[in-house]
Design a protein around this ligand. Structure first.
Ligand code: PLP
Length: 379
């Protein structure tokens, strides 16, 4: 007997009551009830994003909201600064290029973060840049960025700050209004305890000023349409994935009950314990400035990283994520965001220990488990 256990940094496990909600009959999306539910979801997202601004609900994966940010904010030929530390920073670059932006990139080496100092330099050199695009949690390497410091740099500048919070929101501290984030994007399937299918985007007044002076170049993702529909409704301009919206309401209620600060603390505590376990096993952490949504482990040179992950899944049902692109086989990514408790993570550590021992690595069975428990108890 074997159970399936999902530890990928998206999608992530979904609470039972949310799954049950998804099984209920489909309703009409323009009904008074649907509008009331959308209103509640928007309020819940405002709380999670820590913003007074409306949060627009898009039926797409997270990348759709990233594309919305680019097309609404940036005109062809305009210069933007990209703070990138991996694959998801590169996703910004791909979208920006597709829409003809001139991209000045501040790149961090794999496992490193873009520092506020380097961003400040780029802003000095490129005072004509209209926006800075970056990532809260770089899910490809496990690095978290100092978004509060980035926000400080932009507070008295013309450029707007655009943050991909797709895997960070709901896992690590992020305060849209207090930190001066102008456009914040996230998605349903990371720390928001939902299946894939919804993306969320909020815009500050400074962000709206930029949008209003930028030619409209899109239809489905034209944020003016979302703003009007939400203000008039609450409603969406096109048929939304209303089944998912109804389920998201329940997941957001969970976060509100727990309290967002407590949610951030819980993830931080899991992340610290997980890092202690990894180090106790003699393994190396990949991220220099680790995010608390996931733990990324460097594969020891003697092992085939992809083979270990296959064995973990085949023998014990634990699904962790491999590295992507050039990091394939070189890192393991263990997510602990969303609907995950300490005993879920302990299970993953115990299984990893076993598979490592079976793969010929010298590990003391239980060393990671004990380190996790000690670190967890110490907090
Ligand atoms: C998962 C992820 C994305 C991609 O989102 P999709 O929902 O697959 O479009 C983008 N950015 C980050 C940081 C992510 O973790």
């Amino acid at each position: 007997m074997k159970k399936s256990r999902l530890f990928t940094p998206g999608p992530t496990p979904v609470p039972e009551e949310v799954l049950l909600e998804l099984a209920r009959p489909v309703g009409y999306h323009r009904s008074a009830e649907a509008k009331a539910i959308l209103g509640e979801v928007v309020a819940g997202l405002q709380y999670v994003l820590q913003t007074q601004q409306p949060v627009y609900v898009l039926t797409s994966s997270g990348t759709g909201a990233m594309e919305a940010a680019v097309t609404n904010l940036v005109a062809a030929g305009e210069k933007v600064i990209l703070g990138t530390a991996g694959r998801w920073g590169e996703r910004w670059r791909g979208i920006l290029r597709a829409y003809g932006a001139e991209v000045v990139a501040v790149e961090a080496a794999p496992g490193e973060a873009v520092t506020p100092e380097r961003l400040a330099e780029a802003l000095e050199q490129h005072s004509d840049a209209v926006a800075v695009f970056t990532t809260l949690c770089e899910t490809s390497t496990g690095v978290g960025h100092d978004i509060a410091a980035f926000g400080q740099l932009l507070r008295h500048r013309r450029a707007v700050l655009v943050v991909d919070g797709i895997s960070g929101i709901g896992a690590m501290e992020c305060r849209m209004d207090a930190w001066g984030i102008d456009v914040l994007v996230t998605g349903s399937q990371k720390a928001l305890m939902m299946p894939p299918g919804l993306a969320y985007i909020a815009v500050s007044p400074k962000g709206w000023q930029k949008i209003e002076t930028t030619p409209v170049r899109n239809f489905y993702f034209d944020l003016r349409r979302y703003r009007k529909a939400l203000a008039d409704g609450p409603d969406t301009p096109f048929t939304p994935a209303n089944t998912l919206i109804r389920a998201q309401r329940l997941a957001l209620e969970r976060l509100r009950r727990e309290g967002i600060e407590q949610v951030w603390c819980r993830h931080e505590r899991l992340a610290r314990a997980c890092r202690a376990a990894v180090q106790a096993l003699g393994l190396e952490l990949f991220a220099r400035r680790p995010a608390s949504a996931l733990t990324v482990i460097r594969v020891p040179a003697s092992l085939d990283g992809s083979a270990v992950l296959k064995k973990l899944e085949k023998d014990f049902g634990f699904k962790l994520a491999d590295g992507q692109d050039t990091l394939k086989g070189k890192i393991w990514r263990l997510s602990h965001m969303g609907y995950v408790d300490p005993f879920d993570v302990l299970g993953a550590i115990a299984a990893l220990e076993l598979v490592l021992a079976q793969s010929g690595l010298s590990v003391a069975l239980g060393a990671g488990v004990a380190a996790f428990q000690r670190a967890y108890a110490a907090e």
